[in-house]
Design a protein around this ligand. Structure first.
Ligand code: ATP
Ligand code: MG
Length: 498
């Protein structure tokens, strides 16, 4: 993928510990990275300010002088897009929270695993490239132009808008069908807003959410004492909505008995309260919606055929989001601009690669799912741009991006240190590589490097000399070795063989 002619990515390592700087530079330098070092937060900031900005900064949290978190804030204020990976020996919740709060890309625990450092650098630089590709982001729409809240310029949505326009002037009953989350309620509200009933109530009744024994009272009201618990007279939605529009949502979930009463309202324009004898005239327009297959229900006799024809005078079929291809970026921009206005998130852009994934995704939950994904991604995005890595994993997995980001694991995920290190050392094992390997291993174990190394060499020399100390010392180049320098016998005194 990488262009061999391209300039190597630049990485700045800021740490007051010379050994850490040295080992990081070596690990990163083993790849095509150009590494520079700074020995303090102050020096690092000066280098970032002077420019050119490095592609990535590794920054130690605990340093004498300015702390890493302070340096991070400074750096991000100079260049809000600067990618920074924090390094810490103390994986406290506070460090992790602060790091992410102040916009670190990630953080890595010390002592670190070279493989982890490299995969982190690679992911960060990938995110960097993703960010650079954003360029001058031009939103596809301006949310202010969409007071209706219905966004879409795909031909299928244009057809929907046309039908909405055609049915607003009359009181015709409209049946809106479509998968969950396609915007059925939004369309119902839009019809109402454009109709002459706009000044009167719009009441949405979710037929699936109200138990069968309560729905009639809910819709038509009840008289005092009409059933246990009916302590007073209560007006139903139809009476309350007189002059307005009732939206019967999930009508496919309505019991047959209630269906009969609804049919009566449609045919005669009147209702009776539960337990009452009075016939009350109501002037209500009915809009209905369902994600069920009503035709199938009519065939199965679970939905009244006569009611079906009464409701289905005009049908609006809401297309699934996956059928509206070009609408996805528009809805994304619409959601982002609204989130920004509501101060729920700062992100206002999406990287081209992330947008391509959003456009490709199948969206089984349609616009509601897209809204939700944008909200989640915008909240976790560290800057003003949603990057691929900010998208939820379920979207990345189905988009086939899961593997590409496999290295982008949380900092706590254990990586097989020895195996990874050995793998790099083995292909053409030379003394230098073997020593590199030993060095990496010892650095990771922490503590001074020489004692374990001396002990290991002594042990080997002794073994080769069949326990002859003088011979071993000669081989090691030591004139004399004190007994305490010799490797301790593995067997504890209690287990000593006699
Ligand atoms: N075209 C669109 N543009 C912008 N936002 C939309 C669009 N369609 C739907 N939405 C938003 O998606 C969410 C779901 O819409 P809505 O509740 O109208 O769907 P629905 O079809 O009634 O879903 P359900 O079948 O689950 O009840 C809402 O927050 C709505 O504002
Ligand atoms: Mg709905």
């Amino acid at each position: 993928m990488s262009d061999p002619a391209a300039k190597p990515p630049t990485i700045l390592v800021i740490d007051d510990d010379a050994e850490i700087r040295y080992s990081l530079t070596r690990v990163l330098g083993s790849r095509r990275y150009q590494v520079t070092e700074a020995a303090s937060g102050e020096q690092g900031i000066a280098m970032v300010k002077k420019g050119p900005w490095p592609d990535l900064v590794f920054l130690d949290v605990r340093m004498s002088g300015m702390s890493g978190i302070e340096a991070l804030q400074h750096i991000r204020s100079v260049n809000p897009k600067q990618l920074v990976v924090l390094m810490t020996a103390f994986g406290t919740a506070q460090t992790a929270i602060e790091a992410m709060k102040y916009g670190a890309f990630d953080y890595v625990m010390k002592p670190f695993d070279p493989a982890k450092v490299l995969s982190l650098a690679e992911n960060a630089l990938k995110a960097h490239a993703d960010l650079r590709a954003v360029g001058d982001y031009k939103p596809t729409i301006n949310a202010d132009d969409y007071r209706e809240g219905i966004v879409g310029s795909s031909p299928v949505m244009q057809d929907v808008f046309k039908v909405i326009g055609q049915v607003t002037a009359s009181d015709v009953t409209v049946m809106i069908t479509g998968e969950s989350g396609t915007g059925k309620e939004l369309v119902a509200r839009s019809i109402w807003k454009h109709s002459h009933r706009a000044g009167k109530p719009f009441i949405a009744v979710n037929c699936a959410a109200i138990p069968d024994n309560l729905i009639e009272s809910e819709l038509f009201g009840h008289e005092k004492g009409s059933f246990t618990g009916a302590t007073g007279q209560r007006l139903g939605k139809f009476e309350l909505c007189d002059g307005g529009t009732i939206f019967l949502d999930e009508i496919g979930d309505m019991a047959l008995a209630t269906q009969t009463k609804i049919l009566r309202v449609l045919q005669q324009g009147d209702i009776q309260r539960v337990g009452g004898t009075e016939t009350i005239k109501v002037d209500v327009r009915i809009l209905a919606a369902t994600n069920k297959d009503l035709e199938e229900m009519v065939r199965a006799k679970t939905f009244r055929e006569d009611l079906y024809y009464r409701l289905n005078v005009v049908r609006i079929r809401m297309p699934a989001l996956r059928e509206r291809g070009d609408d996805v970026p528009q809805i994304v921009d619409f959601c982002l601009q609204n989130l920004f206005k509501q101060r729920k998130a700062r992100a206002s852009k999406v990287s081209p690669e992330a947008m391509a994934i959003l456009v490709r995704y199948r969206w089984p939950g349609n616009v509601r799912e897209l809204e939700n994904v944008i909200y989640r991604s915008a909240v976790i995005a560290q800057g003003e741009t949603i990057l691929v890595k900010n998208l939820p994993s379920e979207i990345l997995e189905t988009a086939g991006e899961g593997d590409a980001l496999a290295g982008e694991l949380p900092a706590t995920t254990p990586v097989p240190t020895r195996a990874a290190s050995l793998e790099r050392a083995l292909p053409t094992l030379t003394l230098v590589r073997a020593l590199d390997f030993v060095y990496d291993e010892l650095v990771q174990k922490g503590g001074p490097l020489m004692p374990p190394l001396t002990a290991a060499m002594l042990e080997r020399a002794l073994k080769a000399a069949a326990g002859d100390h003088a011979k071993a010392n000669a081989q090691l180049g030591l004139i004399e070795s004190k007994p305490e320098e010799l490797p301790k016998k593995k067997s504890a005194p209690t287990k000593r063989k006699t």
